[in-house]
Design a protein around this ligand. Structure first.
Ligand SMILES: [Zn+2]
Length: 176
């Protein structure tokens, strides 16, 4: 995550005094973020509001977008797994909005000051286990491991791509 986005999220690592002083004169408000989101799609816009502005007024619509996106993959060939797709969409959305921090590096992605954390590959986020995901989506553990985990990662990567897009939009918007 960029420094800019980190400033806006509740889950950001604590900033040093120096950093706060150097950024305070160019403080970015939620309104600024929303104003920068003119060129992104609705799903991305609502995600940006929820994640970086902690604005949940569009939450119900955001959930519908998340479920719609997951359904578009036509994963549920089995009737008994239709609800799993919806649960998977919710878990991916929730975990992208508020990722659990990696315990090894306390969410910083770095250990011993300079080394990339091997446990989370420097992302700072805790890895989703097969067991936890199977519990959250109400699916069998074997099928979660073989099938749903990859789909979960795909949905999460979509949110990662959205964050990159939001980051670009904010930079462009603040420059204009
Ligand atoms: Zn880590």
């Amino acid at each position: 995550m960029s420094e800019l986005l980190a400033m806006l999220t509740g889950g950001a690592p604590p900033m040093s005094g120096d950093m706060i002083r150097s950024t305070s004169k160019a403080k970015i408000t939620p309104g600024d973020v929303a104003a920068c989101m003119t060129a992104v799609d609705r799903h991305t816009y609502l995600y940006a509001l929820a994640k970086f502005c902690l604005d949940t007024s569009g939450w119900n619509e955001l959930k519908l977008h998340a479920i719609h996106e997951a359904r578009e993959f036509n994963w549920s060939g089995r009737d008994d797994e239709r609800h799993v797709v919806e649960l998977l969409a919710m878990v991916a959305l929730h975990n992208s909005l508020a990722p659990n921090k990696c315990k090894s590096c306390k969410g910083t992605g770095v250990v011993d000051q300079t080394q990339q954390c091997m446990k989370c590959q420097g992302t700072g986020n805790a890895r989703m286990s097969d067991y936890l995901l199977s519990t959250l989506i109400d699916a069998g553990r074997w099928r979660t491991k073989k099938v749903w985990m990859l789909r979960y990662k795909l949905l999460c990567s979509q949110y990662q791509a959205r964050e990159d897009e939001i980051n670009v939009a904010i930079h462009r918007g603040l420059r204009d």
